[in-house]
Design a protein around this ligand. Structure first.
Ligand code: NAD
Ligand code: DAU
Length: 350
């Protein structure tokens, strides 16, 4: 029996990682530690919540004493660390929350692992889940590789870069057995509707304006969330200590082109005339410090560990749209209360 701590498991990507590990590894006990911020939702995990190899713990990674005691109590063999403040726009409004959770929270976990594992690192692993945004922005050409120098531009990406540096420092200084991955934009079921795809699907459904930042010319490289979870599984089990792997599906889209795909699929599924919802497109003030383009070279992961994306974008978008249309209860639960206030503050004045 192995005990594994997954942080942020009630969030978007974390819930898919939990589902994969709980079902695939009945001989692991998976502890899901999550603060249940606005982005954490236990509805994401109803299908696994009663499994004997799964436990949920509500707690804050910023609380160093709590984290240290948790590690002493459970003697985890491995950590998959996803808990984070994850939305760029929120980081522009409130950078300090990002420093606290993403930097201090990560260092608390590193300190606890180091203290409890002492110098006996045999069979132990600290996996830090990071983002391609640490590399900054590309022009029209080229890709981020694992050698690309860090150049973060938003408070979010700066805090993730800081956490990556601490993880590597604990490897180089104390020999902690760490591994890091940097992934591109994820999409799929259970993503909080502040991020582009679920926000726009919800707004198309409700005939609300689609707030396109700037001219809609920024480019993102989209990966289906279940493929990210599969990559995390492969890297966690097969990647050598101290390594970094980029994860991405070579699937670049200019925002405005992607938005038109979303409109086409939604209009078809809602029985509207093709293109009806294009009238909802509303160009608004650009995001401050908006990175032009992200694109990942994941050849190291593909060549060394044999991972590759399982599906094409068109199929992933169909599945995603179906999920949001069939899960109105989930959407309603996430878009009530504080969400309305957030939306008004974020988009009311644009
Ligand atoms: P998310 O915002 O959907 O979920 C984050 C989870 O962390 C939530 O359940 C939240 O309750 C929890 N959390 C936040 N602060 C916490 C704290 N102080 N203590 C304990 N739990 C806390 O995020 P996501 O999109 O699922 O991203 C997960 C991880 O993957 C993040 O580290 C993010 O940087 C990284 N990542 C995300 C993407 C993407 O496209 N979404 C791409 C690459 C990397
Ligand atoms: O690249 C990985 C990153 O992808 C993750 O690390 C982050 O956690 C995740 O949030 C995501 O960051 P982005 O900023 O790229 O994602 P977002 O969905 O916020 O925006 C995608 C693009 O769409 C971006 O160019 C900004 C634009 N956008 C976004 C929103 C929310 C709009 O034009 N209008 C919007 O309302």
């Amino acid at each position: 029996m192995k005990t594994l701590l997954v942080t942020g498991g009630a969030g978007f990507i974390g819930s898919h990682v939990i589902r994969l590990f709980v079902n695939k590894y009945p001989d692991y006990h998976i502890f899901n530690l999550d603060k249940l911020t606005y982005a954490g939702n236990l509805l994401n995990l109803t299908d696994v919540e009663n499994k004997p190899n799964y436990s949920f713990i509500k707690g804050d990674i910023v609380d160093g004493d709590f984290i240290m005691n948790l590690f002493k109590e459970h003697q985890f063999d491995g950590v998959i660390h996803l808990a984070a403040e994850s939305h760029v726009d929120r980081s522009i409004e409130n950078p300090m929350e990002f420093v606290m959770t993403n930097v201090i929270g990560t260092v608390n976990l590193l300190n606890a692992a180091k203290a409890v594992w002492k110098d006996n690192f045999e069979g132990k692993r600290f996996y830090h889940v990071s983002t391609d945004e640490v590399y900054g922005a590309l022009g029209n050409e080229g890709f981020f590789t694992e050698e690309t120098a860090y150049d973060p531009h938003s408070p979010y990406s700066a805090s993730k870069a800081g956490s990556d540096h601490f993880v590597r420092a604990y490897h180089d200084t104390y020999g902690l057995p760490v591994i890091i991955s940097n992934c591109s934009n994820n999409y799929g079921p259970n993503q909080f509707p502040e991020k582009l795809i679920p926000l726009f699907l919800n707004n198309i459904r409700n005939n609300q304006p689609l707030p396109v930042y700037g001219k809609g010319e920024n480019v993102r490289d989209w990966l289906y969330v279940i493929d990210h979870a599969a990559a995390i599984d492969v890297i966690f089990h097969k990647g050598p200590d101290g390594e970094t792997y980029n994860i991405g599906g070579h699937n670049e889209w200019k925002n405005i082109d992607l938005i038109k795909v979303l409109i086409n699929v939604m209009d078809r599924k809602l029985g509207r005339e093709p293109g009806t919802s294009e009238k909802l497109i509303t160009y608004v003030t650009d995001r401050a410090g908006h990175d032009l383009r992200y694109a990942i070279d994941s050849s190291k992961l593909q060549n060394e560990l044999g991972w590759k994306p399982s599906l094409q974008f068109e199929e992933g978008i169909e599945k995603t749209v179906d999920w949001y249309l069939n899960n109105q209860e989930w959407l309603d639960s996430t878009t009530s209360g504080d969400y309305q206030k957030y939306y008004e503050e974020m988009y009311g004045h644009r």
